[in-house]
Design a protein around this ligand. Sequence first.
Ligand code: ZN
Length: 305
Amino acid sequence: MKNLLTQSTIAKPLEWTGIGLHSGRPVHMRLLPAGAQSGIRFVRTDLSGRPEIACKVENVTHTQMATTLGVGKASVSTVEHLMCALFAAGIDNLRIEIDAPEVPISDGSSIEFFNAVREIGVERQLKPRQAYRLLQAVRVTSGESVAVAEPGDGFSVEATVEFPHPVIGRQSFSYVAGQTSFESFLSARTFGFLKEVEALKRMGLAQGGSLDNAVVLDDQSVLNPGGLRFSDEFARHKVLDAIGDLALAGHSILAKVSLHRSGHELHRQLLREILANSELVEMGQSQAVSVRAPLFKKARRVAVS
Ligand SMILES: [Zn+2]
């Protein structure tokens, strides 16, 4: 448990090239070690002045389809899958140089980012890690979508998705820090419906979208030749998205989060409520320290509720 108490960065620079979901063009990223207390930030190397964008909820500018961060005219979209991978790897401080306005889509999940960081290694830093400890329950709603956070000694996220589709229906997945293995949800892919994907492409969006980086469904079935990675891959991806969005707190969170039919906008609103109703504590000084699972240790699987 000792590792949970101090901050970390990556041991060495990590290069990453992939395609942007919307542009369909190559995107190059360099992940660089960063000092303690500096947080995670993007640097748009293709823009004059190389503007920096801190990965903080106050910099969220758009939440349609994906979470976009921006400062001034500089923005980076689809940050949530990378943020989830960095959360799982226990990275607190990182400089991400990127030459395009969107993070590469990878395989539509977080697993390739996570594996790359795991391979390059994590460096422990001396500064203590901090956490927002939620003091009272908060709740945000939008139509039938509900997001709730309750005070707790650890961090957990339960998500329920509901789509009137024969392959999806109603399904739930829970992540409990220190208990649920990261492998059980980091490889769950983003998903979309063929009708919507075609409409997006006509609008000039999703140019890089393919069966290689998303689960695509028609009215009846999954179109990907390999099928699903999990029968409840949709709920698992929702947990992945939520953890990536909540990582924009900038620190760990001690709360029990429950989501029903949520999306990026509800995650943003919930996080703002959490931050407004929390105290910042040093990990280890709080009652519980298990915001994150022990780094890279195989965690015990828990029953999926
Ligand atoms: Zn996603």
